[in-house]
Design a protein around this ligand. Sequence first.
Ligand code: PXP
Length: 237
Amino acid sequence: MVELGVNIDHVATVRQARRTYEPDPVWAAAEAELGGADGITIHLREDRRHINDRDVEILRKTVQCKLNLEMSLAAEIVEVAIRTRPQQATLVPERREEVTTEGGLDLSVAKNCADAVKRLHDAGIFVSAFIDAVPRQIELAKKLGFDAVELHTGQYANAVTDQQRELDKLISAGRLIVTAGMRLHAGHGLNYRNVLPVAAMDGMYELNIGHAIIARSIFIGLREAVREMKQLINPKR
Ligand code: PXP
């Protein structure tokens, strides 16, 4: 079975549009779990533009499935992770001006990465690296001690003419990841139309999906939107 991590950052974005208390990502996480989510994914950004420290604290206590914290390597954020101990941390690049995460983490230049991975491991956290489908990055992820790699699927999702070529890159990168003994995750830009070939990749363990599910939930509710995606990525069930 391919696990579904539901990214609920957008729920916090709507809350922050009015700087009020609703909609609450804590409620969203419960609804997503009722729809069959295997994980709840949140990104605590350094600028706290959507998810905030209160959300991380409460979700850590209330989420019954896996909590996956997307995070940069900033010392302050690493401290939050070590203190709250989510089951999983996914290291991502972060730039203040970006609308969403653009591109994977470049492990050849990421500072203090090995140290952060070690400290997160010491806190009992499973650690994943969000990287592009590039063999050198996969090699580095293995060397740095990551448990999993989340392949950035943005280029595949955005491809207009040559989606198959982008998919082929993901498939060969996926093989390298599994052969290296790391767990295979993928995410970014996946939706109800393009997710199937990625879900069907050999060794695929977890998909992290946010925008498409939250967008659909406006019309059919979050529980149902999650249920539909979960069924789609596990067609035989
Ligand atoms: N995985 C990672 C590492 C991300 O940064 C994001 C976006 O926050 C996602 C998955 C989900 O992407 P989308 O919202 O496009 O489904």
